[in-house]
Design a binder for this molecule. Structure first.
Ligand code: GLA
Length: 385
C-alpha cells in the first residue's frame, strides 16, 4: 500500500518511474526497554505500519526528496553532506553518507517517501525510513545490501549523522522482523533469535509526540555510562551495564540517580530472559511482566508521563487484558496492551473515550500482529541493461 503510494508520488513529483521501491516496518517493543545501549537483551516485533522509499539515481545535479508526511513538497539536499541540517532529508543524506563510508558513491538521487508510521510516536518511524532508504538506494546502485547490513547503515546514520546516541533495537527490528515472531536480540553480541509470537497487540497513542533528539534520552544514556564507571570499581572487567547483578549495583559507588537507572537495567534484563524462556516453552508472553516493566520505567528510569501511566494502568485493569506498558523511549508516544484478541477492540474504544474526556486529545490506536520487516517491493534495476 505505502509502496504504491511512494511510487505514485515519485512519478507525480519527478515525472518518471523510480528504479527501486523498498519498504520497512515500524516496531513495538514487547519488552527490554532502555537496555539496548547498555548491552542488554530486547524483544521487539515489527508491526504492520510501514515506510516505503522510492529511489532513482541521477548522475549529476541536486538531489531531491519528497514525502507525503511533508505535504508532498519537493526539497533539495546534498548527498555529500557531512553534517545534519535539521531537515527531514537528513535521514536520507545520513544514509548516502553511511553508504559512501562503505565505498558506495552516490552523485545525486531522487527520493519519494510514503509512510503510515506516525512520526514522534515511539514506533521507530526514523528506523523504518532509514532501513528502507538504505535498501532502496543500495539496490539502485546495483550493490544490493542485505537486511542486516541495512540495519547497520541506518544505525550509523542515526547515531553519527542525525546525532541521536541510540541503541540498535529499532533498526534491527525494522529490518529483521518476521511475521508471527518477536525478535530476540542480544545487544552485547548482536546474536538474534526469532521467537514465535502470534498474539494481537493494541498500540494506543497518547497524543503527545516526542523527538528523541529533544528528549532526556541522551541524559539517560549518560546516567548509564556513569553507573558502568562506578561498577568497574567493584567489578573491574565488566563490559556492559546489563551484565551487572542487583547486589553489585547496590554496592558500587555512583550517584543515587545512576543507581536507579542501573537497577532498572538489571530488572529489565531479567524480565526479558524470563519472557523469552516462557515463550520458547510454549507458555505465551507473561503479561504481568509488562506491568512490572512499566513500573520500573516510571519509578527507576523516570521516562513515563502521567498520561502514559494513566493509559497503562487503566488498560491493565480492563477485562481480557494481560498487561500494558509504555513502549519505546517514553516521554510521550505510545502504550502497548496485550490481551485476548476478542477483547482488544473494546479496550481501544473505552480507552479512547475515557482518555479523550480526560485530556481532550483524540486517541489513535492500532491493533497489529508481528509482521515482516524490510522488503524490496519493486525494482527495475537490471531490466534496463
Ligand atoms: C529508542 C531508541 C532505542 C531504544 C529505545 C528504548 O527507541 O532508538 O535504541 O534505546 O528508545 O528502549
Amino acid at each position: 500500500m505505502v509502496s504504491a503510494d511512494a511510487a505514485l508520488l515519485f512519478r507525480r513529483s519527478f515525472g518518471d518511474d523510480p528504479d527501486v521501491v523498498a519498504s520497512s516496518a515500524g516496531r513495538a517493543n514487547l519488552i527490554g526497554e532502555h537496555v539496548d545501549y547498555v548491552g542488554g537483551p530486547v524483544l521487539p516485533i515489527a508491526i504492520d505500519t510501514r515506510t516505503a522509499v522510492a529511489v532513482r539515481l541521477r548522475t549529476s545535479g541536486e538531489s531531491r526528496a519528497v514525502s507525503l508526511q511533508d505535504a508532498g513538497l519537493v526539497r533539495t539536499f546534498d548527498t555529500s553532506l557531512r553534517a545534519r541540517t535539521g531537515a527531514w532529508t537528513d535521514y536520507i543524506a545520513g544514509i548516502t553518507r553511511a553508504l559512501e563510508v562503505n565505498g558506495v558513491e552516490i552523485a545525486a538521487i531522487d527520493v519519494a517517501v510514503a509512510s503510515d508510521v506516525p512520526v514522534g510516536s515511539g514506533l521507530s518511524s526514523s528506523a523504518a525510513l532509514m532501513v528502507a532508504a538504505a535498501s532502496a538506494i543500495s539496490h539502485a546502485t546495483e550493490q544490493p545490501t542485505q537486511p542486516l547490513v541495512c540495519a547497520g547503515l541506518a544505525l550509523r546514520a542515526e547515531r553519527e549523522f542525525v546525532g541521536v546516541p541510540c541503541g540498535m533495537m529499532d533498526q534491527w527490528a525494522s529490518a529483521l522482523g518476521r511475521e508471527g515472531h518477536a525478535l530476540h536480540l542480544e545487544c552485547a553480541t548482536g546474536a538474534t533469535q526469532q521467537v514465535p509470537f502470534s498474539d494481537a497487540v493494541l498500540i494506543v497513542h497518547s497524543g503527545v509526540e516526542r523527538n528523541l533528539g529533544d528528549s532526556p534520552y541522551s541524559a539517560r544514556v549518560s546516567d548509564c555510562a556513569e553507573a558502568l564507571l562506578g561498577l568497574r570499581q567493584v567489578v573491574p572487567h565488566i563490559d556492559f551495564l546489563a551484565q551487572a547483578s542487583e547486589a553489585q549495583v547496590r554496592s558500587a559507588p555512583m550517584s543515587e540517580r545512576a543507581r536507579k537507572r542501573a537497577l532498572h537495567v538489571v530488572g529489565e534484563t531479567a524480565r526479558v530472559r524470563e519472557a523469552v524462556a516462557a515463550m520458547l516453552a510454549g507458555k505465551g508472553f507473561p503479561g504481568e511482566l509488562l506491568t512490572a516493566t512499566h513500573a520500573s520505567l516510571r519509578d527507576l528510569f523516570e521516562c513515563s508521563t502521567p498520561d502514559l501511566d494513566w493509559l497503562a494502568e487503566t488498560a491493565a485493569a480492563m477485562d481480557g487484558v494481560r498487561g500494558a506498558r509504555l513502549t519505546g523511549a517514553g516521554w510521550g508516544g505510545c502504550v502497548m496492551v496485550l490481551g485476548d484478541a476478542a477483547a482488544l477492540p473494546g479496550v481501544a474504544t473505552r480507552l479512547a473515550r475515557d482518555y479523550g474526556r480526560r485530556t481532550g486529545r483524540v486517541v489513535r490506536s492500532w491493533i497489529s500482529k508481528a509482521s515482516g520487516g524490510l522488503a524490496l517491493d519493486l525494482t527495475h534495476v537490471g531490466n534496463r541493461h
